[in-house]
Design a protein. Structure first.
Length: 93
């Protein structure tokens, strides 16, 4: 058994391997995509309607809702939040 990481956390391991920031970014994108899709479902909003209200394309909404797609900008996320009656909060901690 490799004792180098014995007792360490997953975050410690990912940081040591230089993978923590990427893993956290992927996780946050998945959370945001899920939250947006849930809010759309609660408000009975289709992707086409979301795109119209955001003044963008349906393909852009598909990318926004794709948890694997990392191309969402802060402006796009803020537009989506506003359409859904929410605000986007970003903080450095």
């Amino acid at each position: 058994m490799n004792e180098q990481h014995l007792g360490s956390t997953l975050d410690d391991f990912l940081a040591e391997e230089g993978l923590l920031a990427e893993a956290e970014a992927v996780a946050w994108k998945r959370v945001v995509a899920y939250q947006i899709s849930q809010l759309m479902r609660e408000q009975n909003m289709t992707k086409a309607e979301m795109a119209r209200r955001m003044q963008t394309s349906r393909a852009a909404v598909d990318r926004l809702l794709d948890p694997q797609n990392e191309s969402a900008t802060l402006i796009t996320l803020e537009k989506a939040a506003l359409v859904l009656g929410k605000r986007l909060q970003v903080a450095l901690v």
